[in-house]
Design a protein. Sequence first.
Length: 176
Amino acid sequence: MTEAPTWVPVALLGLVLVLAYLGMWRGWKGRATRHDLPPLVEVPPVAELPEARLTGGARYFGTTVAGDWLDRVVARGLGARSQARLNLSAEGLDVVRLAGSFRIPAAAVRGARHDQGIAGKVVPPHGLLVVTWEHGDLTLDTGFRLTDEAVADRGTTEAHNAWVRAISKLTKENAQ
């Protein structure tokens, strides 16, 4: 009996890996078309950002359909996790990030809360700041984990409390 050449198992493994990657890529593209979102509101250049009520660094964890922390929205670039700079002003919440900046207009914000997980990512209790907002026909939850000196000085929970209070105040102002 003759032995198969040693390159055959390596080639088969490579083929399986390529097919798996193509399947994941196709699934990601399919998920992007599942949520029909209108274009996001663009953030003005940094020099033209409105006066901030609160600002800070954060890790953008993702956006889901409100109430379903596993139904991740990837349309319009919302699926890419990345570092972000948050700027809360009277005009809304500006999310400045390399993966695609966007603004959550003040009139669209429905509230903010602490949470433990979003988009399949789980952190310690009260470790996420989740902003609920409306865009198009969907109500969305967008999750952030604060990363800057405010967290180091006051702790995650207190820093998130400051953001929840400020966003809640903005929501009340826009409800009037």
